[in-house]
Design a binder for this molecule. Structure first.
Ligand code: FFO
Ligand code: GTP
Ligand code: MG
Length: 449
């Protein structure tokens, strides 16, 4: 069937030396052969490359290319695959793709190649997601984390726990089906309780470990806050090593939040410079101040900037109070000036002007986030919010199991929640899959992936 063969441009849209058109499906070699002038692709050995031309229907050359033929099942999608390396011009690439589609090959949807690798059983969902994480990784830790997922570390961990759950379920089933069957352990509620508790414990540990993973994968939303003129924008610029935000000695210079990404010790911070917080009647500034307050709410880390060359003010006190329950670092800026601040609180002394103390701030950020000592094992953790959500759901089901045991419900009632836990975990790897989960997931992928 032609329609099971798909094609897409696998390289980014833009001008480059080479672009790759990827074709996958049972008809890919035969149909690619129709647009290719050179060796007969049908006669090529698997995983070999040949030189030739893509031609239009009349035989006119569209581009000079290299074509790779890869036969199922040892390919990315586990299907016959052809890759055309053409010249990387936007127009050339588009023309080659159009020519390929003229043969009846269907344009792939975003993520469809990876979806096929999954549907054909070559990878599980966590590995497919890891491919996307690898593509989007912004620092080395995120990359290592994705590689661990791609290797199947998450998959194996989840499969093991699922296996243990299935074991309990199977034993209950044996008991329900053959109550007279002597050899089957009498899986009374009390007997399965310790096993359920142990599995629950393992899931809790996965969740605990996922904190580091989440930071590595997603970065940390970090808000720089403080009253006007303390040097928040100067700090943003100093950390970025770039004059991104406007700095003046006028209070209320920053009107809107400014965002920037930086890597500190392989952690990506999504830094948000905010408008200085104070009472104001200026309409624009007021909106900025409201956004700053929102930024405090949403941030995972707060850098609260004080000006240590001034006495502490009412606004400072309010901000110290507003951020007290948050992960935060209090910075005493302008330590190049004489000290006037009258506050007995630990603060990190620095100057964005002389840059003194900036390195200490970077170290403190890494420390506060608990990311000082990262070892190989830290890459073998759950980091994906979808997985974390499913693990939480599973724990909830196991809590229901334990409650049922506590009130001594019949064992077949307990079993329902056990099965639910087993299914929910299966949604992580895709072994258990409501169809819309799969469609939604792969639609978030890049085109050509
Ligand atoms: N040209 C090209 N480069 C590419 C890819 C590609 O599809 N094409 N990849 C695509 O994303 C990545 C490589 N990932 C791949 C993963 C698995 C298989 C694969 O064929 N696996 C088979 C056989 C492995 C083997 O020969 O031992 C398998 O697992 O059965 C291929 C590529 C990055 N570079
Ligand atoms: N002496 C000294 N001056 C500094 C230092 N950091 C910032 N300043 C000065 O303080 C003034 C305010 O700096 P900004 O970075 O604009 O302050 P802000 O907190 O962003 O101010 P708003 O955007 O108005 O809330 C500017 O004149 C800076 O040059 C420092 O470490 N030492
Ligand atoms: Mg500012």
């Amino acid at each position: 069937m032609i329609y099971d063969t798909i094609a897409a441009i696998a390289t980014p849209f833009g001008t480059a030396g080479i672009a790759i058109i990827r074709i996958s499906g049972s008809e890919s070699i035969r149909l690619a052969n129709q647009v290719f002038k050179g060796r007969n692709l049908l006669k090529m050995k698997s995983h070999t490359v040949t030189y030739g031309h893509i031609t239009d229907k009349l035989g006119n050359v569209i581009d000079e290319v290299m074509v790779t033929v890869m036969k199922a099942p040892k390919t990315f999608t586990a299907e016959d695959t052809v890759e055309i390396s053409c010249h990387g011009g936007i127009l050339v690439t588009q023309k080659v793709l159009e020519r390929v589609l003229e043969t009846g090959i269907k344009l792939a949807e975003p993520g469809e190649f990876s979806k096929r690798a999954y549907v054909n059983g070559r990878i599980d969902l966590t590995q497919a997601e890891a491919i996307m994480d690898l593509i989007h990784a912004k620092n080395e830790n995120a990359m290592k984390l994705a590689l661990s997922g791609l290797r199947g570390d998450i998959k194996k961990g989840i499969e093991n726990i699922r296996g243990e759950l299935l074991n309990i379920i199977a034993q209950i089933e044996v008991n329900i089906d053959y109550p007279e069957y002597d050899d089957a352990t009498t899986m009374g509620n009390e007997l399965i309780k310790p096993e359920v508790i142990e599995i629950r414990q393992k899931l809790i540990r996965l969740l605990d470990d996922s904190n580091k993973g989440k930071i590595m994968r997603e970065g940390v939303k970090t808000a720089i806050v403080g009253k006007p003129n303390v040097g928040k924008s100067s700090l943003l610029n100093a950390l970025l090593n770039e004059e991104r935000a406007i700095v003046t000695d006028i209070e209320g210079t920053t009107r809107d939040t400014i965002e920037a990404y930086i890597n500190i010790g392989n952690i990506t911070l999504n830094l948000i410079d905010t408008a200085g917080i104070r009472e104001t009647i200026d309409v624009v500034e007021k909106i900025g101040v409201d956004r700053s307050k929102k930024a405090i709410d949403e941030a995972e880390l707060i850098i609260l900037v004080l000006d240590q060359s001034r006495k502490i003010s009412k606004e400072d006190i309010e901000l110290l109070d507003a951020t007290k329950d948050k992960k935060r670092i209090i910075v005493g800026n302008k330590n190049d000036l004489s000290k006037a601040i009258d506050l007995d609180i630990h603060m990190l002394s620095l100057s964005t002007l002389t840059k003194e103390g900036l390195m200490d701030l970077e170290k403190e950020i890494v420390k506060v986030l608990g990311m000082e000592d990262i070892q190989e094992k830290d890459f073998n953790v759950i980091s994906n919010m979808r997985h974390i959500g499913k693990i939480k759901e599973t724990i909830q089901s196991l809590d229901d199991v334990l409650n049922a045991i506590m009130i001594d419900m019949p064992i077949d009632m307990t079993e329902i929640d056990l099965k639910k836990a087993w299914q929910t975990l299966g949604e992580i790897t895709g072994d258990y899959h409501p169809e819309d989960l799969i469609s939604e997931l792969f639609s978030k992928f890049c085109l050509g992936k």
